[in-house]
Design a protein around this ligand. Structure first.
Ligand code: HAM
Length: 421
């Protein structure tokens, strides 16, 4: 019996990998522009990191982690997200010693045990950025701009940026109490998840997508009315900066995000044609996370973009680039005796940086010409006994159809001349 891939995982097949490379290149270019440097952390971490970092009452920690005990009896978890891991690495490697502001990015797989559907997988990939060290709103604005500019560069429109402030440990408890007062009499009408959230994490009730919960939370108090002076000033300054940068946003007081580490700024970018999984980007500020992970109190902000969702959006808008796989030359030996000479030519051409392929299947010339067309080869170098005897090849220009007998040493030159022209 064939062993299939695990549910919720996807193979990125050769014909699709070019699209991934394209997105990754755009990501790398934009990070270079904004001076964010790549960090690569392991795909598994000690489970405790995520318990502390993401929060024990979040859906991710309660229901979605791939946790296992290794042969040394350690509890490890495949990373469900990368912010906590980047903070761990920042502290462990003392990145704070080199510079006051660390601007980092990552691209890689994340793992969440969730119900798979279009745009939601158990192994998925994120591009994320984290800026550690600055508490001012300008870095929040830069981070949001980076996400917006990336999505614009990919050509995506129809995007909506939602913005909120979730306060800080000073003002959030006051709001929490106000919200609980509002929800207390409605708890029986909430979904079972939200009934348990009421005590442990009431703000998450606002974020529940179930209809009965959205109905019950109509008219709930807004956190904006409870923000302390510091959070309120920060939020107002961020809004002004985004306005200066001509970035449109919609204030969404219900946006609380699914991870506990957020303080102050929270944002999401949605692409509504994706339906239930329309969030392509989510992020926010996490001023308490570094201290939570054992470091000195250090502010941070970042976001992550789901690459699969971006790909779905690009496909929907027909924005994926046509990737050319054209080669310069296809070397066609006529008969197995010519394989050696053909292989020698192939190696020589490749060494000179010419994209070349040959027939490894020992087929006839007709099949080989078809192959050459499949590769969109600019030239075919045919080597038969006659040509080989003169140390020559029959070089066919596939665009013009012109064939000429050229010496082995000339092949490279002829192709290069044509490629340059
Ligand atoms: P998140 O909102 O959990 O945030 O995930 C960010 C993005 O990852 C989502 O908007 C979505 O595009 C994608 N994503 C999440 N789960 C899945 C899934 N199961 N399948 C496919 N795509 C998915 C975080 O992960 C935070 N670490 C972001 C952050 C960085 N906050 C501050 N810094």
């Amino acid at each position: 019996m064939l062993v299939t891939g695990p549910r919720g995982t996807k193979d990125i097949l050769p014909e699709a990998s070019g699209n991934w490379q394209y997105i990754e290149q755009v990501v790398r270019d934009i990070c270079r522009l904004y001076l964010y440097k790549e960090i690569r952390t392991p795909v598994f971490e000690h489970t405790e990191l995520f318990l502390r970092g993401i929060g024990e009452t979040t859906d991710i920690v309660e229901k979605e982690m791939y946790t296992f005990t290794d042969r040394g009896e350690r509890s490890l978890t495949l990373r469900p997200e990368n912010t906590a891991a980047v903070v761990r690495s920042y502290l462990e490697n003392k990145l704070y010693a080199d510079t006051l502001l660390n601007k980092l990015f990552y691209i890689g797989p994340m793992f969440r045990y969730d119900r798979p559907q279009a745009g939601r997988y158990r192994q998925f990939h994120q591009f994320g950025v984290e800026a550690l060290g600055s508490k001012g709103p300008a870095i929040d604005a830069e981070i949001i701009m980076l996400a917006v500019q990336l999505l614009r560069k990919l050509g995506l429109d129809d995007l909506t940026l939602y913005l909120n402030s979730v306060g800080c440990p000073q003002c959030r408890p006051i709001y929490r109490e106000k919200l609980q007062d509002f929800l207390r009499e409605k708890t029986l009408h909430l979904c079972s998840d939200c009934q348990s959230r009421f005590e442990r994490n009431p703000m998450r009730v606002l974020d529940c997508k179930k209809e009965k919960c959205t109905e019950q939370t109509q008219g709930a108090p807004h956190i904006a009315d409870c923000l302390c002076d510091e959070c309120s000033t920060h939020f107002n300054q961020l809004k002004s900066l985004l306005t200066l940068a001509e970035v449109d946003f919609i204030l969404n007081p219900r946006l609380v995000r699914g991870l506990d580490y957020y303080t102050k700024t929270a944002f999401e970018i949605q692409y509504s044609p994706l339906g239930a999984q329309s969030a392509v980007c989510g992020g926010g500020r996490y001023d308490g996370l570094v201290a939570e992970c054992g470091g000195q109190s250090t502010p941070g902000i970042g976001f992550a973009i789901g690459i699969e969702r971006i790909l779905l959006a690009l496909e929907k808008q027909n924005l994926l680039p046509v990737i050319s796989n054209a080669i310069d030359v296809f070397v066609a030996p006529m008969g197995s005796d010519m394989q050696g000479i053909a292989f020698k030519l192939l190696c020589k051409l490749r060494e000179k940086g010419i994209t070349a392929e040959m027939d490894f299947m020992e087929k006839g010339i007709k099949w080989q010409m078809k192959q050459a067309n499949k590769y969109s080869a600019k030239f075919v170098a045919i080597i038969g006994e006659e040509e080989a005897a003169q140390n020559k090849v029959m070089l066919k220009n596939m665009l013009t159809g012109v064939q000429e007998l050229v010496s082995m040493d000339e092949v490279q030159q002829k192709i290069e001349l044509d490629v340059e022209a």
